[in-house]
Design a binder for this molecule. Structure first.
Ligand code: NAP
Ligand code: SF4
Length: 684
């Protein structure tokens, strides 16, 4: 009998020919290290740390079985024995740590960002510029052969199994639905024909790889596109997949082109576990559920509720390689929780940069960023307990330095204390919980409500001083602004988010950066968060039971609560507001505000503020003057660095370090702050 708080999560899973040590599957995630074998030593180290951290079964990022299936030109592919040999360094590293690893076979089909892409029919996807070639009837056979050969090569390369990617709108998924499959041969038409591709792949694959090899099939259970699969079809396919020899069925939610967020931070935790649960009892093999499961208690609950036999987590294991061990040792409060921001993982993958993690800059950098014990203990002062200061102080203390962390406010967190108040950004609380605990475990001496002076620091005779004092809001200096500030008509975002100052029913938000968007979301929702209420969230995004409507997309969507305020979101640039937000999340923020009827206006000049509202004009010629009659104007016009401590310290002969917003305020974000703080701390 387990004494752990997570008995379901930590129970071994007997697969007949092999046993997984627990119910955690590390979901497939492209890191950018898969594409060149010269990066395999890094990939090996990255996976080895997760294996050491206790993961039951690791699944690699996707490898294409052939050129046609490439995600992008020269992207990861496994199609030769020579290449399979190179994989040994990865599989050996994982096995040395007692882990198991499966290779994901990913054929992109029409999602391939290259001219050689193929699909069921010649229909371009809305998210790629290339139109795929429709594979011939014989060509389908060739693609199947490539899948089967890839699985054999994976076995040769030492993998414990493969995952066949059948969801997210990739090649196999494209055959399954009439939206993308208009074929008239035996691979199109009736569902029995459309689902023949995955069934043939799995049947022939099982024959070739033998009985003692894990085959996970990632099954699209909720397509979230028009003309997606019906629930009856999903169940039919699941049964056929089992019969064809799959070992585990993993859950796929939403095609990449779906206009419903599926993994972003504003998606409720475990929002799609009910979909996997619908399939329980229909098949005998283990089911794995996925999406927005980021904490052991959430995972445990999902399993205890009988939604699935395993949980897939990808990003949470980027954020903390030791997730499983910490849960097993009842140290869940020490887990560095994935906040589902996508900023350093998915957004990097789309920009063809190596993935990492906003809250854990070591992710995918395990071979070069290490927090080794310090050779010589130093006394170090860190000023400012925002993300940069917190990361720096805790890494320094972890390495054995004696660290004083000074914070002028009454709590740690800096800008995160505003972010956590935005509906849909509740996960930021977790990062603050993590750092609070990390301060305790590493022994950082935290001094709250302490506005330290340069004199104090000089007197303190520290070996090193780190300035992480952050930023102050930029003043846009609009005519009439000062007088309106006195009357409370003009507020800064800090007044709104931290100080709870009253805001009227009509509002102009000056500045459409990340914070302008956040403030707008806060104001239209009046603080209520659909993220904390699955039913409301599903209504807003039009998600429904696939047994009721194909693909789980509700007709007549969206059903949105009316906005609490009328908001104008303004910027001077003529470009689309929100263009600078994250690649994978910007569209969600824009869509959320559009649903709440926020008017986003670019290309404006702020002419004047008076008791009636904000006067704007348009373009360089300052034409078409328009008075926005608003009760309140909220300034979100960026930030300036706060570093007044620096000059006196330099004058006294000290050489302070500068990190985070205090260093560079423009486009400062938490990713850069935590990365910079951690990297500096690794070197002192
Ligand atoms: P920001 O992204 O730099 O945006 C500042 C906004 O103010 C811009 O829209 C800019 O647009 C406007 N602006 C700049 N100078 C101005 C001036 N003198 N007068 C009037 N308007 C001016 O800064 P932020 O919104 O404060 O965000 C700070 C950082 O936090 C950013 O890096 C942001 O990415 C990050 N953040 C990210 C998220 C997220 O969801 N990923 C959320 C919150 C914050 P114009 O110059 O065109 O007017
Ligand atoms: Fe999670 Fe953000 Fe880290 Fe990605 S970058 S793993 S979403 S915390």
């Amino acid at each position: 009998m387990s004494t752990s708080a997570y008995p379901h999560l930590l129970a071994p899973l007997d697969l007949g020919f092999t046993t997984l040590r627990n119910r955690v599957l590390m979901g497939s995630m492209h890191t950018g290290l898969e594409d060149r074998s010269k990066h395999f030593p890094r990939l090996a180290q990255y996976f080895a740390e997760r294996a050491r951290g206790g993961v039951g079964l690791i699944v690699t990022g996707g490898f294409s079985p052939n050129i046609a299936g490439w995600v992008s030109p020269f992207a990861s592919k496994l199609s030769s024995s020579g290449a399979a040999k190179e994989h040994r360094q990865i599989t050996d590293a994982v096995h040395r740590e007692g882990g198991k690893i499966a290779l994901q076979i990913l054929h992109s089909g029409r999602y391939g960002y290259h001219p050689f892409s193929v699909s069921a029919s010649r229909i371009k996807s809305p998210i790629t510029p290339f139109t795929p070639r429709a594979v011939s009837t014989r060509g389908v056979e060739k693609q199947i052969d490539a899948f089967v050969r890839c699985a054999q090569l994976a076995r040769e390369g030492g993998y414990d199994g493969v995952e066949v990617m059948g969801s997210e709108g990739y090649f196999i998924n494209q055959f399954l639905v009439t939206h993308t499959n208009k074929r008239t041969d035996e691979w199109g038409g009736a569902y029995a024909n459309r689902m023949r591709l995955p069934v043939e792949i799995l049947t022939r694959m099982r024959e070739k790889v033998g009985k003692d090899f894990i085959i996970v099939y990632r099954l699209s259970m909720l397509d979230l596109i028009p003309d997606g699969q019906s629930w009856e079809e999903v169940v039919t396919l699941a049964k056929a997949v089992e019969k064809a020899g799959a070992t585990i069925i993993n859950t796929g939610i939403g095609w990449h082109e779906a206009r419903v967020p599926t993994i972003a931070t504003s998606v409720p935790r475990a929002a799609f576990a009910w979909v996997t649960k619908k399939l329980k009892g229909e098949v005998g093999i283990p089911l794995c559920t996925t999406n927005r499961i980021n904490a052991p208690d959430v995972a445990e609950q999902v399993l205890a509720d009988g939604c699935a036999d395993m949980v897939s987590m990808a990003r949470p294991l980027l954020a903390d390689a030791d997730f499983v061990n910490k849960a097993a040792q009842n140290r869940a409060d020490e887990i560095n929780t994935c906040i589902a921001c996508n900023q350093a993982c998915l957004d990097h993958a789309f920009q063809l940069k190596t993935a990492s993690c906003l809250v854990n800059p070591r992710a995918c950098h395990e071979t070069e960023l290490n927090y080794e014990p310090a050779l010589q203990e130093k006394r170090i002062a860190v000023i400012g307990a925002g993300p940069a200061g917190l990361a720096c102080a805790t890494v320094l203390a972890e390495r054995g330095h004696v660290v004083d962390l000074f914070e002028s406010g009454g709590e740690i967190g800096g800008q995160f204390n505003m972010a956590k108040r935005i509906p849909g950004k509740e996960e930021f609380h977790e990062t603050l919980r993590y750092f609070r605990r990390k301060i305790e475990t590493t022994g950082v001496k935290l001094h709250l409500n302490r506005r330290i002076t340069a004199e104090d620091l000089i007197q303190g005779k520290y070996d090193e001083v780190v300035i992480a004092t952050g930023v102050s809001p930029r003043d846009p200096k609009i005519k009439g602004q000062e007088a309106a500030e006195q009357s409370g008509k003009v507020l800064s975002y800090v007044d709104v988010l931290l100080r709870g100052k009253p805001v009227g029913k009509t509002v102009a938000v000056v500045g459409a950066g990340g914070i302008g968007f956040d403030v707008s979301e806060f104001l239209v929702g009046d603080g209520h968060s659909p993220t904390l209420d699955l039913k409301v969230w599903e209504k807003e995004w039009g998600v429904t039971d696939p047994a009721l409507e194909r693909g789980g997309v509700a007709r007549g969507r969206p059903q949105v609560e009316p906005p609490a305020r009328q908001v104008y979101l303004l910027q001077r640039k003529a470009s689309k507001p929100g263009a600078g937000l994250g690649k994978t999340t910007g569209w969600i923020h824009r869509a959320a505000l559009q649903m709440k009827k926020v008017e986003m206006i670019g290309g404006v000049n702020y002419e004047a503020i008076d008791e009636r509202g904000l006067l704007i004009t348009y373009g360089e010629k300052r034409e078409n003057a328009q008075l926005l009659e608003v009760d309140t104007i909220v300034l979100c016009s960026g930030q300036e660095p706060l570093r007044e401590l620096e000059a006196p310290l330099l004058a006294a002969g000290l050489k302070p370090h500068r990190i985070g917003g205090a260093d560079v305020a423009s486009e400062l974000d938490a990713k850069r702050a935590i990365n910079q703080g951690s990297r500096l701390a690794a070197t002192l």
